[in-house]
Ligand binder design. Structure first.
Ligand code: B12
Ligand code: SF4
Length: 493
């Protein structure tokens, strides 16, 4: 047994990340500018606190030396296992990577965790033979116990005592152990192992956004989302301010990206956070995602004064019935007020909309397009709906389409075919106006930290291209009309 059992976490950016993401202009790309998985930082911190260790290599699919770097690392450091943290669209690419690794290290044990495999442990183990174990749910304690057993050379026979695991078993097919209890209080968790991304992204903390996540699960129940609904836990404002101070002290960070599904957890929490930042006279900037209706104008102004630059809001649809069907828990008026307040507070705004949720029609899409124009966000970000495993909708998908991630294409779930949705997706961006406010904000954005500036540039380029294409398209229609009119004149003169 090694002194300190260790796991090498691997991540690869898939080539076709997801059909909709390839076309996802603007803000979704922000998050991919610094690819990292918070889960891996959290798990490593816990492992270290409990006598183990974690390493982390993230490669891009077209990195020519990526695989060699990984193989060399395994050769040199001899980790006891490989860990994967997977969302649905990443599974296939990660399994392909493991195929190559197992050619050279056939006996290294692979464990996968994260929202996808937690929702589909049996399907994963039955269809991906190179994944040896699946961790279901929160992984800190499960992974540590499992890793210590692996390092002692224990096999599946001994793993029945580790809660929250699934694995292939000769006698039972896939065995699932009893469920792992969740943390009641996530304030007991150590700070994430930020040094893991500091090693990889040398410039990360100088001119890009430093990622923070201060909550587990979610208190909302949006029907399209696979979060751990109803199990919402969050860290105290003191804890988050501590992390901010530590990041500033250790890595010289000036800009933070708060990546919780919604932030702040409550109005009271927000006031306490602002009080602490003001009291400690901390100087930093940040962006975050909130829910429509969480913040009022007074708080937005306060947040702006302590450094908030941009806020993203999941609006999802401009149709009230669609919002109800999505169980979004917001109304159009709440979204209107939130965007009006963001504009008044002088904070850049990003609106997330979703296309293709069951029940979507051409009319509801028109309403969304109209509503996006009315809200006038700095950036519009569109996503195409896909039924994520673990959601109720997924349980009702036809058997042929249920495992769509195996085919690498989103299924058609409503009355509008998926290819048509993709076309509308692009068109909505063409139709979203290149307005003066947008240009003004773009110019303003050029004074912002690098991550946000890059997003603004990329969105600007996309808008400009679409705008020019739009003109050309119109021009060719005009030309066509002239040609047709001339031929008519010729025919009848
Ligand atoms: C923060 C967040 C992001 C951030 C950061 C993502 C990141 N990878 O760190 C950003 C904004 C970048 C992001 C992007 C995306 N996200 Co996101 N995101 C979240 C969010 C809000 C919280 C996740 C988080 O960090 N939680 C805190 C950590 C500590 O918990 P955790 O990730 O669940 O990990 C725990 C366990 O799952 C387990 N575990 C996880 N990995 C592993 C690995 C091993 C080996 C083990 C043993 C255990 C284990 O242990 C961890 C600690 O307890 C969740 C919703 C939610 N409220 O949970 C959605 C969520 C995870 N995202 C989701 C999706 C779909 C995406 C995108 C694909 C969206 C898009 N279309 O672009 C991308 C994918 C990015 C990527 N490559 O990971 C889905 C995933 C569902 C699914 N089945 O695929 C979720 C559940 C939301 C939803 N819509 O349903 N996301
Ligand atoms: S979409 Fe966001 S707010 Fe809604 S349930 Fe998922 S994580 Fe929570």
């Amino acid at each position: 047994m090694s002194d300190r059992p260790s796991v090498l976490f691997l991540a690869i950016t898939p080539k076709e990340y997801a059909p909709s993401n390839v076309r996802n202009y603007g803000v979704s790309r922000t998050f991919h500018l610094i690819p990292h998985k918070h889960s891996i930082l959290a798990l490593t911190a816990w492992l270290r606190q409990h006598g183990c260790d974690g390493y982390y290599i993230w490669i891009h699919h077209d990195d020519p030396d990526g695989l060699d770097r990984i193989l060399q690392f395994i050769e040199d450091k001899k980790p006891d296992a490989i860990g994967l943290s997977l969302v649905t669209e990443e599974l296939i690419a990660h399994h392909r990577l493991i195929e190559k690794i197992k050619e050279k290290f056939p006996h290294i044990q692979v464990i996968a965790g994260g929202p996808h495999v937690s929702a589909e442990p049996v399907h994963t183990l039955e269809n991906f033979p190179l994944i040896d174990y699946v961790c279901i749910g929160e992984g800190e304690r499960t992974l540590t116990e499992w890793l210590k057993m692996i390092a002692k050379g224990k096999s599946t026979k001994d793993m029945r005592q580790v809660r929250g695991l699934a694995f292939r078993d000769n006698s039972y097919g896939v065995a699932i152990t009893s469920p792992r209890e969740k943390f009641n209080d996530i304030n007991i968790l150590p700070d994430p192992a930020f040094d893991l991304i500091a090693q990889r992204e040398r410039n990360l903390f100088r001119d890009s956004a430093f990622p923070l996540v201060g909550s587990y699960g979610c208190r909302h129940f949006c029907a399209f989302c696979a979060a751990d609904h109803g199990n919402y836990r969050f860290m105290t404002p003191e804890r988050i301010v501590d992390q901010i101070e530590r990041a500033q002290r250790e890595f010289g960070v000036g800009y933070f990206s708060i990546r919780d599904s919604f932030w702040p957890p409550s109005k009271v929490w927000c006031d306490r956070f602002c009080d602490l930042v003001e009291l400690k006279k901390l100087q930093f900037q940040f962006h975050f995602e909130t829910r429509a209706g969480t913040l009022d104008l007074r708080q937005m102004i306060r947040l702006k004064n302590i450094g908030a630059i941009a806020v993203a809001v999941g609006v999802e649809s401009g149709d009230p019935d669609m919002l109800k069907a999505m169980r979004k828990g917001i109304t159009l008026d709440m979204a209107r007020r939130t965007f009006a307040d963001l504009h008044k507070a002088g904070i850049l705004s990003i609106a997330f909309f979703m296309l293709g949720f069951p029940g979507e029609t051409y009319d509801t899409i028109d309403r969304s397009a109209e509503f996006a124009r009315e809200l006038n966000p700095t950036l519009l970000s569109l996503a195409t709906f896909r039924p994520l495993p673990g959601t109720e909708i997924h349980r009702h998908i036809a058997e042929d389409d249920k495992y769509w991630w195996m085919k690498g294409e989103y299924p058609t779930v409503g009355e509008i075919p998926i290819n048509e949705l993709k076309r509308i997706h692009e068109e909505m961006h063409i139709r979203y106006p290149l307005n003066i406010a947008y240009l003004k904000q773009h110019v303003y954005a050029s004074r912002l930290p690098a991550e946000l500036r890059k997003v603004a540039y990329s969105a600007f380029r996309v808008h400009l291209r679409k705008y020019v294409l739009g003109i050309l398209e119109r021009y060719s229609i005009t030309r066509e009309l002239i040609r047709h009119t001339r031929s008519l004149i010729r025919r009848y003169s």
